[in-house]
Design a protein around this ligand. Sequence first.
Ligand SMILES: [Cu+2]
Length: 185
Amino acid sequence: MRKFILLSVMAFSLGSLTACDGRHSTSEVKTEIESNGVTTVKTKTDENGVKTESGLELSHYAVRAALGQNPNTGGYVTVRNIGKDDDRLVSVTCDCAEKVELHTMKMDGDKMMMAPMPEGFEIKAGQTLELKPGSNHIMFIGLKTRPADGDTLSLTLNFAKAGAVKIEAPVSNAPLSDASQHSGH
Ligand SMILES: [Cu+2]
């Protein structure tokens, strides 16, 4: 009986020690799983007891092979927000180019023109962002290497909530007409 009481007191003091520690506590657990060309990222953060969970599913990632003397090339990815919070693709980085931008397509008179999206693209909870040929895309400007068909490029996608996510994007010069209708080759 006496032993039991001692143990309870100890447990209580340990508990209050933790509770009285006034420092800010932040913890982040991030899991990134790649399977069959689909990368799933889940981030759980606990900032002073405020818990947030974000989840993204990245698929259909590809970079178009460098063509001729063209110093630039395009890249594509589909991002599905499977978390509860809105997120945003802020930027993409790659050692392969001087600069990487996020681009959209805009009509200029009767011509389709590319326009940079410095704020990136919002991906609301439950929604899907498709960066695909003829539409919103990643632009690699001033290629330092010449990505060729069959190569793989390491890209880092930077999200507002999910943080940095690394993917290995296959390089292809095959027509990437509609990423959403192809399950990959
Ligand atoms: Cu572009």
